[in-house]
Ligand binder design. Sequence first.
Ligand SMILES: Cc1ncc(COP(=O)(O)O)c(CNc2cccc(C(=O)O)c2)c1O
Length: 459
Amino acid sequence: MQKQRTTSQWRELDAAHHLHPFTDTASLNEAGARVMTRGEGVYLWDSEGRKIMDGMAGLWCVNVGYGRKDFAEVARRQMEELPFYNTFFKTTHPAVVELSALLTEVTPAGFDHVFYTNSGSESVDTMIRMVRRYWDVQGKPQKKTLIGRWNGYHGSTIGGASLGGMKYMHEQGDLPIPGMAHIEQPWWYKHGKDMTPEEFGLVAARWLEEKILEIGADKVAAFVGEPIQGAGGVIIPPASYWPEIERICRKYDVLLVADEVICGFGRTGEWFGHQLFGFQPDIFTTAKGLSSGYLPIGAVFVGKRVAEGLIAGGDFNHGFTYSGHPVCAAVAHANVAALRDEGIVQRVKDDIGPYMQQRWRETFSRFEHVDDVRGVGMIQAFTLVKNKATRELFPDVGEAGTLCRDIFFRNDLIMRACGDHIVSAPPLVMTRAEVDEMLALAARCMEEFEQTLKARGLV
Ligand SMILES: Cc1ncc(COP(=O)(O)O)c(CNc2cccc(C(=O)O)c2)c1O
């Protein structure tokens, strides 16, 4: 069992030794980290015994909810049997074989080959190497540029961060690396002007055609996008966007990649986000919901065209020590089986997703400084705005979002501020009563938020 310490003892040791991701360490250590000690269903408990509603499923990942003792048992058994063996050098093991077979049952037809990683970032970097290798084998080595979107998020490795469009990440570490390009994101609320969403979707997709022609189609390897941009603030493209992107990729023979790290494994009510929007990628990257975060594992699903190209190319000189790790694979298998056999994904589509979306809109549309209330399945958001009537955003992006998020957090509710977008992606197993509980708490917080906006002269 864990060594029992007081919160302040944990905080002190954490401050002394632990560098947190995406964190200003000095300011964190002034306030002290919140020590999370237990999870059950959609709730967390901290070291002070406070019960917290987790509207973010950890980091968009705990799809089956916390407390699955059966997963722990699966991990224990696998650890006792074969805690590790690699999948290099002509070896495999039952856990990764069984997971691979199961995954072909829940992925769309034509995706019969999967490569394993330890994270979403590694899945994205694997995809980058696959795409470039594919075009080498096709005798077109100059087709190496990958196009992403500004404000897209594809991880924090050098490749993933470069493909992503987060400029504040590019500023640290001389990114993006060569061979990466970006187009504007399909954010109707900011860029749609007086176009309908459907008209804007086509315009935004054609930014890709302009970029391909600017670079030269003979140099463009792939276009990469999240079906719904997650960390960018749950940017949901109009329905006309993705089919037009697909048409443009086919026209210029550019591979189409869906980054499903957030959208994958039921988040939108479909198994994968590209199914919701009706397009067929050549490759898609996953992590998070693959294991519901119980153990770190990612997977790259490779369609027929690219798989055959890679296989024809002989040695693919890429991989990780823990690719297909037996304990991670065994737990991912249990997780995917639960998502399917317990009807968790189907229920997002048929019941709890529609319920959440109806209640989310009912709860937040009435607030004066909230607009673009949106979502599908169990991923939803709204945007904090200065003036709803004119679609005027706040000038200091993130100030209102941080203020709002901190009020939620102080009231034991976790939702995420991405700039001035407030986003939520709770465990898919949330009940209707828990949806009502979360939204009632959030509504009370929003009353406080709007009073604070006025008190601080921000509106
Ligand atoms: C679409 C997408 N692609 C790749 C990654 C990278 O996955 P890893 O982190 O496992 O390397 C992600 C991850 N997304 C992510 C990760 C951490 C925090 C947040 C946030 O919104 O605060 C989002 C992601 O959302």
